[in-house]
Design a protein around this ligand. Structure first.
Ligand code: F0G
Length: 356
């Protein structure tokens, strides 16, 4: 790694496929790998990216690719984070962008970002999957509009750099836990590790563990029940709106990554997700949105189920920032007291008395 130039995602430009005359970057990647207070567990905090999620890693490559191919118009279906990221990178590149969003099911921070960056927002009745299908159909019919969803291979090229960063800092972990929605990211990260293994940089593959929300878990159920193909749903539901997806487009790739790495998949309840989000914040000082906290909820489940040993080095990928979804944070509940400003000390003294 010592000879590498560039920063963040583009530090690994030699490993990123494609030719780029011009790169559209907002200094994405290079996110902190935070060691847990408990030791063997690490958190890869993707909330530290320019728009607050891992999507920026893929978007810098996909938008650079769109610009180099001469596209002027781009489109993406999204549960919110792809939207915010695509809007920011399109703005920087001077492209016109359309976002297809599930009406009333996008966390307010993500919607607000998309508005701020100047995207045109097209809201559909129904889940992300309805928008995804419409975008794929549009791309077939109208080739002049460039799609930014994760079936776009350049997105995954950028996202794989997360593996490069982990390997550069701590080598190859034993397990990597990734929240799974449309299922591109787990594959991208696995691909990154596989390339590092093939070039001799690391000597073993981490087991990839995919974590889904119980109400949107076709891939986890397929892996657990050893099915050849997932049973999809048209009514996905979870508090983790980022991964509220019933028909993940990249399901084959995700299952390949999981199986070939000898990993597994599991699902967690909304209560476990919100509990993990609260624990990350209150025990570790890390603010992650619910979908991100799913990876940590999955880690705790995996420990209990004996799928991961407590002595193993585990990296939880925290895909997005807590600020993305203020409503979820408010649900964590706090002690809020209306006070007479002259008597703040009384509250603290009261607490100290109660302690002793
Ligand atoms: N975590 C967060 C915070 C996400 O926004 C997403 C996906 C995922 C995990 C799952 O990643 O789809 O590659 O399996 N969000 C997409 C979006 C669907 O539109 O922002 P995946």
């Amino acid at each position: 790694f010592s000879k590498l130039r560039g920063r963040g995602v583009w530090r690994y430009s030699d490993a990123i496929a494609g030719e780029y005359r011009k790169i559209v970057t907002i200094n994405e990647g290079g996110t902190p790998l935070i060691r847990s207070r408990q030791g063997n567990v690490y958190f890869k905090f993707e909330g530290a990216n320019p728009t607050g999620s891992f999507k920026d890693r893929g978007m810098t490559v996909a938008i650079s690719s769109a610009v180099n191919k001469g596209y002027k118009i781009v489109i993406a279906a999204s549960t919110g984070n792809t939207a915010a990221s695509a809007a920011a990178y399109s703005a920087r590149a001077g492209l016109r962008i359309y976002l297809v969003l599930p009406k009333e099911k996008v966390a307010i921070g993500k919607l607000a970002q998309s508005i701020l960056y100047g995207a045109t927002i097209l809201e559909v009745d129904g889940s992300f999957d309805v928008g995804m299908k419409a975008v794929m159909k549009l791309y077939r019919e109208m080739g002049t509009v460039y799609p930014l969803n994760s079936f776009n291979p350049w997105r995954l090229e950028g996202q794989k750099t997360l593996a490069y960063e982990i390997a550069e800092e701590i080598g190859s972990p034993d397990v990597v836990l990734v929240p799974v929605g449309n299922a591109g990211n787990i594959y991208a990260i696995w691909k990154g590790f596989k390339e590092l293994l093939e070039s001799g940089v690391i000597s073993k593959m981490p087991r990839m563990i995919g974590v889904q929300a119980e109400g949107a878990s076709p891939i986890a159920r397929a892996v657990i029940n050893n099915l050849d193909e997932p049973t999809f749903t048209d009514n996905p539901e979870t508090v983790a709106t980022a991964i509220r997806i019933g028909r993940p487009v990249n399901w084959k790739k995700a299952i390949k990554a999981i199986k070939e790495s000898k990993g597994t998949a599991l699902y967690v309840s909304d209560n476990e997700i919100l509990g993990a989000q609260r624990e990350l914040a209150r025990m570790e000082g890390i603010g992650a949105e619910p979908a991100s906290a799913a990876s940590y909820a999955g880690y705790k489940r995996a420990l209990q189920a004996g799928l991961v040993d407590k002595d193993e080095i585990a990296v939880n990928v925290l895909t997005g920032h807590a600020l993305k979804d203020p409503d979820s944070m408010i649900k964590s509940g706090a002690r809020r007291i209306v006070v007479n400003p002259d008597y703040l000390g009384d509250i603290i003294l009261g607490d100290l008395n109660a302690d002793s």
